[in-house]
Design a protein around this ligand. Structure first.
Ligand code: 5GP
Ligand code: ZN
Length: 119
């Protein structure tokens, strides 16, 4: 299967990894319009919200809670949105949860600068 996120999980293409365990992989989104924009993906390939089993979904949200705390502490963001796209607005057809940090003031960092603060 030609899935870019499966390739990232299998380390066939590089990523800025934030967290990994047996079930999930979390990495920085290439588009850092929101500094610290992170994606959490299940290691197993599921397409979307209709495809993923409840236990995996709950586990991803559990990790999202932990990473929200870490992003808040290390990047000093003041709000974090969780987003998950389905259908034609979903660009990559491997289930993923977006963590989107928000800042009251304008914050601009390169992906390397964000990664340095998080690792
Ligand atoms: P979607 O619209 O499917 O919910 O979001 C897909 C996200 O994946 C987008 O925010 C996009 O910037 C990100 N993305 C696409 N290709 C890559 C990639 O190769 N590496 C990383 N780190 N992010 C990617
Ligand atoms: Zn995949």
């Amino acid at each position: 299967m030609d899935c870019i996120f499966c390739k990232i999980i299998n380390k066939e293409i590089p990523s800025y990894k934030i967290y990994e365990d047996d079930t999930v992989y979390a990495f920085l989104d290439l588009n850092q319009e929101h500094c610290g924009h992170t994606l959490i993906v299940p290691k197993e390939h599921f397409q979307d919200i209709d495809d993923i089993p409840n236990d995996k979904l709950m586990y991803i949200f559990d990790i999202a809670r932990k990473l929200k705390k870490e992003l808040t502490e290390k990047l000093n963001c003041e709000g974090i949105a969780l987003t998950q796209n389905n259908g034609f607005i979903q660009e990559v057809k491997h289930f993923h949860l977006h963590l989107l940090p928000y800042y009251k003031n304008n914050v601009q960092m390169t992906i390397e600068e964000v990664y340095d603060k998080l690792k």
